[in-house]
Design a protein around this ligand. Structure first.
Ligand code: CP3
Length: 352
């Protein structure tokens, strides 16, 4: 299947800002805008695992739309998970509530590569494509496709569960570099197939989530991770949609993450946006970067910090977001006010 002649919503505020073009208002959306902070999510989500909710296109469509209706954000993000493709090819992954991805038999040796066959999106994840098609018909704004970056997905497959130390992951890269690159190559292929299929079904932009890349030194990132993430981003370039590259604690990696081929880099709250600008090539847009603990702490904590983010973002080549996902305890009314604040701020304002 080839790409649609022109992807939708390419003149939207969100896509224009992601390309560094002038906008009337700074666009805003939130990572994890759909999810447990919303009562309407808890009402429809049911008790099954999240992977089952993702496999139900009517439910996944509704959950994706909920924050767009409530907040009036400038982009929707597909309700899915970074583990969907590895789950779909039968690696044996589940997502435990309150924990995250867990793997029954973690990746250990070369034979485990066979558990990572190529993804055929139409056959393996038809529910994802059905959800994208539903959404494209219903959404007033761009839909963001996404995939887990090879490193972050590899870390779950190797560790078997969320980790704070990444010992098994680092052990493989530093003791069996050949197998490491073979594993990363398979995960790169999965990410490419998944992203291409989502964009071909009508998504207007894509984000590569390398959430845990900040666990690596720049030299390890460059040698063990960058070539694979670069291949993901290069092999989706012809689709003609903005490419966003995000990680947490990646202040020291921002230049490398831009160099991997992203037009927009996600920044967490540890690096002020004006500092982040000096670390990426001119013309790279930035997405972020309010500390997600502040909306969870209330409006009083949120407002001044959000204005600081807007000023440091500079009103051009900036998409407002949190530095990581919405925390489940966040009062949605704070995010409603935050969207209003961002949309009332004049990107051309002369007083800054
Ligand atoms: O609104 C959105 O952002 C859209 C959907 C989305 C989910 N997961 C749904 C989800 C996205 C973009 C993801 C990506 C994802 N999944 C990442 C990268 C983004 C990030 O947060 O760094 C990662 C690392 C995962 C793996 C994962 N899935 C974790 C760590 C968890 C949390 C476990 C928990 O219960 O706290 C999940 C589960 C998950 N994925 C939830 C949601 C809304 C919460 C659980 C649920 O509702 O059942």
């Amino acid at each position: 299947m080839t790409a649609p002649a022109k992807p939708p919503h390419q003149d939207s505020r969100f896509v224009r800002a992601a390309r560094g073009e002038r906008v009337d208002r700074v666009p805003v959306w939130f990572m994890r805008q759909a999810g447990r902070s919303l009562p309407e999510y808890r009402a429809v989500r049911g008790s099954g695992t999240i992977l089952r909710a993702i496999a139900d296109p009517d439910l996944a469509t509704e959950i994706t739309l909920q924050p767009v209706r409530r907040y009036g954000v400038d982009a929707a993000i597909l309700y899915s998970d970074i583990m969907t493709p590895v789950h779909a090819v039968g690696f044996g992954v589940d997502i435990a509530p309150g924990v995250g991805p867990v793997v029954e038999h973690p990746f250990e040796r070369a034979e485990d590569l066979e558990r990572l066959r190529p993804l055929d999106p139409e056959a393996d994840t038809p529910y994802v494509l059905a959800t994208v098609r539903n959404l494209v018909a219903e959404l007033p704004c761009p839909l963001i496709a996404f995939a887990g970056a090879p490193f972050t997905v590899a870390s779950y497959l190797l560790e078997g569960r969320p980790t704070r130390t990444w010992v098994r992951t680092k052990a493989l890269m530093h003791t069996d570099e050949l197998l490491w690159h073979e594993l990363m190559g398979r995960l790169t292929d999965l990410a490419i197939a998944s992203l291409r299929s989502q964009v071909q079904a009508g998504a207007a932009a894509l984000q590569l989530f390398d959430s845990w890349a900040g666990a690596l030194s720049p030299q390890d990132y460059e040698r063990f991770v960058l070539p694979h993430s670069r291949r993901v981003l290069e092999e989706v370039a012809d689709l003609g949609v903005p490419r966003i590259h995000f990680g947490v604690s990646t202040g020291e990696l921002l230049g490398l993450m831009a160099d991997a081929g992203a037009g927009m880099v996600g920044v967490d709250w540890r690096t002020p946006l004006d500092v982040a600008r000096t670390r990426v090539p001119a013309g790279t847009a930035l997405q972020g970067n309010l500390d997600p603990a502040l909306p969870a702490a209330g409006w009083e904590a949120t407002e001044p910090a959000a204005l600081d983010v807007l000023r440091r973002g500079g009103g051009r080549g900036h998409v407002f977001n949190l530095g990581h996902g919405v925390l489940p305890e966040t009062d949605p009314s704070v995010l409603e006010r935050l969207v209003e604040l961002v949309h009332s701020w004049d990107p051309e304002g002369g007083d800054r």
